[in-house]
Write a protein that binds this ligand. Structure first.
Ligand SMILES: [Ca+2]
Ligand SMILES: [Ca+2]
Ligand SMILES: [Zn+2]
Length: 214
């Protein structure tokens, strides 16, 4: 009998973490159950193994598979992407229920198919996030893409950021207009009434800009 193996589904998740977070700490990483796990039913215990207590033992093969992965929470991302960001990214992926049965992190459990956060009474899982692969032969065998390169993608602006950028743009255009009226040759050559009208316009614009900057 050959030794237990981590499923391709969970190995692909570990690889995705390694690629996206090359500096990540691995102190709390793990996959196969220690002696404490062996006494209770856990997806860290291999299936198809007499005497073990896997969480699911219903697959079609006889391979001794572990379909659980612990990933250390300290991702050490230079841009500050956290494990919670990663969990939240995963929750939003429509394909996730093909890959994951449930995830546990920071006092919450997220279960397929909707992965809504549910308070978790057991171990709070602060040092690592726990992932259990979907209970299916397909998920055991598939090397998922995960798309971790999209986590923390700065191209996605919030509506607040868009409004602020637009306001700054308008402000900059108005200041240019104020400056242009002050330094235009046409202004110097215009008659007194026209100059006064332009100055009034300029002062009005300047006032609007100053109000907007408060
Ligand atoms: Ca198996
Ligand atoms: Ca299998
Ligand atoms: Zn675990």
């Amino acid at each position: 009998m050959t030794g237990p193996v981590l499923t391709a589904g969970m190995a692909s998740l570990r690889d995705a973490f390694d690629r996206r977070f090359p500096n990540r700490s691995k102190v709390s990483d793990g996959w196969i159950g220690d002696n404490a796990h062996r006494k209770t039913r856990s997806s860290h215990n291999p299936d198809d193994t007499p005497g073990e207590l896997p969480e699911w033992d219903g697959d079609a093969d006889r391979r001794r598979e572990v379909r659980a992965l612990d990933v250390t929470a300290d991702l050490r991302d230079p841009h500050g992407v956290t494990m919670q960001d990663t969990i939240d990214f995963l929750r939003e992926q429509h394909w996730l229920s093909a890959a994951i049965e449930y995830m546990i992190y920071d006092r919450f459990i997220y279960i397929q198919p909707d992965f809504l956060p549910i308070p978790f009474d057991g171990d709070p899982h602060l040092e690592h996030a726990h992932f259990t692969g979907r209970f299916s032969d397909a998920a055991d065998a598939r090397y998922f893409a995960w798309h971790f390169e999209q986590i923390g993608d700065d191209d996605v602006l919030t509506s607040e950021q868009i409004t602020a950028a637009a306001a700054a743009g308008v402000q900059s255009l108005l200041w240019q207009a104020v400056h242009a009226i002050r330094h235009d040759d046409a202004y110097e050559q215009a008659d007194e009434n026209t100059q006064r009208a332009w100055r009034n316009t300029r002062d009005l614009i300047a006032e609007v800009v100053r109000e907007g900057m408060k």
